[in-house]
Ligand binder design. Sequence first.
Ligand SMILES: Cc1cc2nc3c(=O)[nH]c(=O)nc-3n(C[C@H](O)[C@H](O)[C@H](O)COP(=O)(O)O)c2cc1C
Length: 326
Amino acid sequence: MTREDMAALVAEAALAPSVHNVQPARWRIDDDGATLFEDLSRRLPAADPTGHDAAMSLGAAAEGFCLAASRATRGVRVERLQGGGETGLRRTAHFALSGPVEPDPLAEWVDRRSSFRGGFEKASPADRDAATALVGDDAAILADPATLRAVDRHLDEASWRFMREDPFRRELLSWMRLSRGHPDWARDGLNADAMAMGPIAARGAGLVLGPMFGWLARAGLAKPLVSEGGRIAKDAAVVLFHRPVGEDPFDSGRKFYRLWLRIEAAGFGAAVLAALADDPEANAWAKHVARIPQDRRLVSAFRLGRRPAGPITARARLPIDEVLIG
Ligand SMILES: Cc1cc2nc3c(=O)[nH]c(=O)nc-3n(C[C@H](O)[C@H](O)[C@H](O)COP(=O)(O)O)c2cc1C
């Protein structure tokens, strides 16, 4: 493969999801493939103090690389690397291209996948059935309307427990791009389009999460403003992503991306509901309701439904020459 071919694989890997869209993956093209590094400056000390979500994001990027290589009919041998690297970079894995393989059928969904955080079309019974059919080794499905209403409540409580923490909110706000004039609008983080917010809602979010939060919280008004507003009850389903207890989050991230692509392949749009898994109370409740065994960890969750007709929001991504390191 030429350097340009390899750069094209990296560009496809960069379409993978990452927490807050921080895009921690950096790649160096070498003689037999590529090396993946974590850019440590992209860590989220408040939201992700252990680096778990960073590792999942790197795993998703790794899976993206393997999917892209398969589309070019090349297999990949992945070797995990334990740290080291230049200042600010942590060596994470090496990818050696190997012999010919059949393209992975999920690869064709990479380009079409994106987070959909708006309102889905009201789910029909057929949609709920199609969503229920996504059940798998690492996916439990909640599609009954009464259970989805309960998800709404637990998720709101869980989100509130994170949102009321000043460092969490401040960090989240620093990755939000609330106006098109923001220099990083199209590069990284969460822009208003990606969050399905119009300009007025975006300005409101900046105030609610920023200077007005303390006052609104004391007046009991902040909590309803950061709520999902009961909309999950109208979605087709919530998918609970679970993996073996003790699994390396890098490996969970690879499977997480594959599940998301499977959701897209079934014709659904999805958004991540990390708070449902990250909050211990909500996690315990969801595991119980979905009868997820004790030797499995509830790692993440998605809401999903049929996207309404309309243009798909462009994904914010760093230019390839910043993702590639020399
Ligand atoms: C570990 C992890 C946690 C995430 N948590 C959330 C979340 O809580 N809420 C959300 O809306 N998106 C979440 N996402 C999705 C990212 O925000 C999203 O992938 C990123 O903004 C890139 O946008 P895209 O999915 O449209 O490509 C998460 C992604 C990862 C990998």
